[in-house]
Design a binder for this molecule. Sequence first.
Ligand SMILES: NC(=O)c1ccc[n+]([C@@H]2O[C@H](COP(=O)([O-])OP(=O)(O)OC[C@H]3O[C@@H](n4cnc5c(N)ncnc54)[C@H](O)[C@@H]3O)[C@@H](O)[C@H]2O)c1
Length: 409
Amino acid sequence: MTFRLAVIGQGYVGLPLAVRAALSGIPTKGIDVNAKWVDAISKNPEEIEQVKHADLQQALVSGRYSATTNPQEVADANVVAICVPTPLDEREQPDLTYLIDAINGFAPSLKPNTLVILESTSFPGTMREVVIPKIVEISGLSSDQLHFAFSPERIDPGNTTWDVQNTPKIVSGANERDLQLALAFYSTFMENVVSVKSLEVAEMAKLLENTYRQINISFINEFARHCQSIGVSVWDVIEAAATKPFGFTRFNPGVGIGGHCIPVDPQYLNWKLHQLGANSQFIELASRVNHEMPEYVASRALDLVNASSREISCLVIGISYKANVADIRESPSIELIKALKKKDVNVSWHDKLISEWNGEKSAPLSADYDVIVLVHQHESEDLVGILQSSTPIFDCTGKYRELANVTSF
Ligand SMILES: NC(=O)c1ccc[n+]([C@@H]2O[C@H](COP(=O)([O-])OP(=O)(O)OC[C@H]3O[C@@H](n4cnc5c(N)ncnc54)[C@H](O)[C@@H]3O)[C@@H](O)[C@H]2O)c1
């Protein structure tokens, strides 16, 4: 069968998927509501971090990939993959607005026999309770005239080993016929396709992966605080424990959890559990422990400053949610900056990949502060100047903890 793909949403998930499919020979349309972004993708400037410059270039030049704002272009496709954001609303509950808006935009143009795949993360039941009924309603087609699959994206922005092509891909279908079609589609350009029994298994599997990370990160964050009380370096303890070749997976302490997945996805699961009259004690505890970390790091950093009446100045290095990405969503550095400001600290921030945030520009790297908090270090970031200074540094990465002016967890 010949596939023609449309990918709704050209962000961290949708753009790599679209480019990979196009490079594998599948004619692909990338559809996004953000006209400026569509224009940028089409021109492929060096700064686009979601895909390799050369890959996007090749996909564009081959004529098999183009980006558009027009959702009606799904009419040319027989596979539509939805990769739009699924954030939390202000009450910390699932916000499916982007998903519903996307369906309202493209579903009227769907042709019979199209396979519609959701890749965005959501709560179990989203496909059967929300997506399928909505698409049927808006398209005017019956569910028998369409095919439905859920295949959660596992992209790890900044990971140079595991990408969209070689990371095993979980695939589920609304029924056996839809599953087989989705497996055939992904097998044309993914190295390892994993078939699972139902849409709900795939939805829960994604939430298990990210909840596992959320809980383990919170545990190591709490453990780091216990190491401090006991008077050992958590890094030394982790390194020792990590020599065990089985039964131990390494997690590192930090300022908290960030990005569009780890802080958000467990809340989707817990929300669904609340609908069922239950709750996850693990998720709630992990969330609490992680939320305490910015305040804890702020206090540890201020402990390094000589107490005096004058205003303390602090430079926070690394405000994206992790190293080597320019994504600031849910970044714990923002909470750290707030916690420092609450303590009347004069805070500046520096991030090589983020030139402007919150109406402020990234400050130049300098040791001319009372204290520095190193949240993370992008590979391209040269810290030699500040590391060689005498300014006290609280190093959340643990990398420089042996230096005289550096303290860590
Ligand atoms: N970023 C990750 O690391 C990651 C990893 C795995 C899964 N996910 C999941 O994938 C989904 C997408 O996340 P992302 O990080 O790619 O988000 P993103 O913000 O990087 O990209 C989403 C894109 O969708 C576009 N969009 C929004 N509404 C639209 C609409 N109605 N029609 C067309 N385009 C629309 C936005 O303009 C944006 O470009 C989320 O559910 C997320 O949880 C993300």
